[in-house]
Design a protein around this ligand. Sequence first.
Ligand SMILES: Cc1ncc(COP(=O)(O)O)c(C=O)c1O
Length: 389
Amino acid sequence: MSEACLSPKPSRRSDVAPFLAMDVLSAAARLEGEGRTIIHMEVGQPSAPAPQLALTAARAALEHGRLGYTEARGIRSFRERLVRHYRDTYSVEIDESRVVATTGSSAGFNLAFLAAFDAGDRIALTSPGYPAYRNIIRALGLVPVEIEVGAETRWCLTPDLLEAAQKDGPIKGVLVASPANPTGTMMTPQALSELVRYCDGNGIWFISDEIYHGLVYGTEQATALSTSHNAIIINSFSKYYCMTGWRIGWMVLPECLVRPVERIAQSLYISPPELSQIAATAALDATDELELVKAGYAKNRELLLQALPELGFDKLLPLDGAFYVYADTRRFSNDSLAFTKAMLEEAGVAATPGADFDISNGSAYTRFSFAGSNENMVEALTRLKNWLA
Ligand SMILES: Cc1ncc(COP(=O)(O)O)c(C=O)c1O
């Protein structure tokens, strides 16, 4: 074969940044392979198993059920149970026809972006923010518009910031998580409502990632649906419900997007796994068990809020919800990538460098997840204390 023969290349759109939290996880696994014990505070996943009710339902389905494709939008009983969830949790009435089951919230983003936007459309995100947003947006040929948020707005997006970003070109959509990853901050119901109304008034799709709902510590949580039924709601069983590996989530859509999403879902995924839909339906009744898990996070949160400042991590963002502490770590290093690498290798504590979430200012920050056990938090603090001494 001649030298001049052109070999095929990966697409330009696939050239998205790696997820550093996963790289930290791999480095931690390498150290564990060498016999070290590592305290994992890098990935945002609950250490608790799926609730018993979900496991019992799944076992029964495996025992006598034939698991097959379902409707692309999910099984009806699952969607109907979610309608009740909105009534009970938020006093919001929705029609079952607007609920779509998805393969985790990650599939929900793909479907929502494909149904609402055309290639080249500009989508606003906060920075810091969850890195997969910008990667999915880029991979789909859309343009992420990262808007820096800081202490002035309590790390939240506002209509003014959005208005300013519109000067560089029209924004077609806004994606916001509240509580947010990595900051753990929440928009007040009023701030959320103002932003949703701004979007409605300016023909902008508002996409509300409500995946950390339920994990809120003494702050009021609101769904964007309370303000507008044009909002696209994305949620998941991965966080509050402790079902990361089941890959199951849902969306509530404005009526005009239901059929477009259904058509795309039929071709992209056919349907979410039936077993996970059955288990997730049962998980919606597991409040007692899940509130106990949440009480564990609340205890971890209290512990870290008290102990981290004593170790010198004295600039923490307001910790309203989720299970993350986002700490300004400039006191220790201006390069959080190097800082977290040393922390992992020398102290055996894995945390995520802020560069994952914020390309401009992330090197000043480190994210610690407190989704692990209380014993692990105590051990992490002891190790950090010895390391920093
Ligand atoms: C803010 C946010 N949204 C979405 C996801 C994706 O979750 P899943 O696809 O498991 O529902 C995550 C995962 O960490 C997240 O932090």
